[in-house]
Design a protein. Structure first.
Length: 441
């Protein structure tokens, strides 16, 4: 009997014992094609020698030294590497062990920035419905997945939520992208006014909405409009690229494709590619300087901040991305998209195929024309996950796409090193899994 407290205590998990490229093997010798990188983590697959060797070298030299005493070489080099690719005014990198920690750091830094600036009345954060920013209390509060938040509501800070940018369901018939973006901007502005323009700290959004909405890229111009509104009210724009950043959408930063620069951006998953747990928050120079010229200390900190072996691994991941792996994401993404459209484009139960780079999702519907979701009681997403496992495929289906209760989607985020024949294998196995799950619905 296991003594591990598993993610789902009622579920029996196979034991993963080995990884080779895009494949994971369990103890029974079954092979799974990893079509979701776990949860958009394993961008280099599961056996990248350069990353493993960089971590091993660092472990032999120095695994860890507490950052209240020392800085370390891989942390400095990784911060330099990230800032070299990030547009100004992003200037400083604060390392964490994962995405939720990065989001907590972002929220606290944003609050402290205004305290340092003499605007302590700013205490409100605005997020978006159907967003996910992590499971720690601050990140959960800002996140907009109501099913995940509900039972913890009494413990959460007071964040409010506006609509996500979700064209498949919310863009009106005949409404242009510009008009839709404008309508969402007006809603954000109304919310800021309702709370009081000088009361708001930040607007928080995933640049490309990931786990809970299913890979939804924003319409063109939406984030530019959001940036203008934030600037007008002196509000910080925090973009969460924990899932969609680090090349996943075809560019190092997903926001590069939106022509905006956030004041704070968070990253994690693809940063360490699963070889070590690591996340980070990048802050704009004026925010950093408000701290250094003010109290001089960011009232925060984690034991594993800037962990040397984790930073060494992430630095090696950065090098691999620059050596050509990142350049392959867009073309391979196009291949994945066309294969998905070929197999599912006319499927009666696939309402939407959307994504960017190697970050794609199918939204499943009972009735394609009316966009009616399946009965949540069927737990179609969970069935697809099980059928996919049977077919030797790891994908990331999720329920509650529409409102935390209704809707099902399947998220795909394969390793960037996937090959064309493996894309075909992926889509073929996905088709098998979806068809098997749909039987008896
Ligand atoms: C957009 C986003 N933000 C934050 C998180 C939380 O990251 P972690 O699970 O590493 O704490 C996730 C995890 O899925 C995420 O997708």
């Amino acid at each position: 009997m296991s003594h591990a407290f598993h993610r789902n205590p009622l579920h029996d998990y196979p034991v993963a014992v080995a990884g080779d490229g895009v494949y994971v093997y369990d103890r029974e010798g079954r092979r799974y094609l990893d079509a979701s990188g776990g949860a958009a983590v394993s961008c280099l697959g599961h056996s990248d020698r350069a990353v493993i060797e960089a971590i091993t070298r660092q472990l032999e030299a120095l695994p860890y030294a507490h950052t209240s005493f020392f800085t370390n070489e891989p942390m400095e080099a990784l911060a330099d590497a990230l800032i070299a690719t990030a547009p100004k005014p992003l200037d400083r990198v604060y390392f964490t062990s994962g995405g939720s920690e990065a989001m907590e750091a972002a929220l606290k830094l944003a609050r402290q920035y205004f305290v340092e600036k003499g605007e302590p009345q700013r205490a409100q954060v605005i997020g978006r419905r159907q967003s996910y920013h992590g499971n720690t209390l601050g990140a959960l509060a800002v996140g907009g997945n109501f099913a995940r938040r509900r039972q913890f509501a009494p413990l959460l800070i007071g964040a409010t939520h506006v609509s996500p940018c979700y064209p498949y369901r919310d863009q009106r018939e005949g409404e242009s992208d510009a008009a839709y973006g404008e309508r969402l901007g007006a809603e954000l502005e109304r919310e800021i006014e309702r709370l009081g323009g000088d009361k708001v700290i930040a607007f928080v959004a995933e640049t490309v909405a990931g786990a809970t909405l299913g890979c939804v890229p924003p319409v063109r111009g939406y984030f530019k409009r959001v940036r203008e509104i934030c600037d007008r009210y002196g509000i910080l724009l925090i973009l969460d690229e924990v899932m969609c950043g680090m090349g996943r959408c075809g560019t190092m930063w997903a926001f590069e494709q939106e022509d905006v620069v956030p004041d704070i951006v968070t990253i994690a998953k693809g940063l360490g590619a699963g070889y070590q747990p690591i996340g980070a928050m990048l802050a704009a120079r004026p925010i950093y300087e408000a701290i250094t010229r003010g109290s001089g200390f960011f009232q925060h900190g984690y034991t594993y901040l800037g962990h040397a072996a984790a930073c060494a691994g992430a630095l090696a991941v950065q090098q691999r991305l620059r050596e050509g792996v990142l350049a392959g994401v867009a073309p391979m993404g196009e291949r994945l998209e066309s294969e998905l459209r070929r197999r599912f484009g006319e499927h009666p139960h696939v309402g939407d195929i959307r994504g960017r780079g190697l970050f794609w999702a199918l939204e499943l519907v009972a009735d394609r024309k009316a966009k009616t979701p399946f009965d949540p009681g069927l737990r179609l997403h969970a069935r697809i996950k099980q059928e996919a496992l049977k077919a030797g495929l790891l994908c990331y289906p999720m329920g509650g796409t529409i409102d935390g209760e209704r809707g099902d989607h399947v998220l795909l985020a394969p390793p960037f090193v996937i090959e064309p024949s493996q894309i075909e294998e992926l889509v073929h196995k996905l088709e098998t899994a979806v068809e098997s799950a749909l039987i008896n619905t």
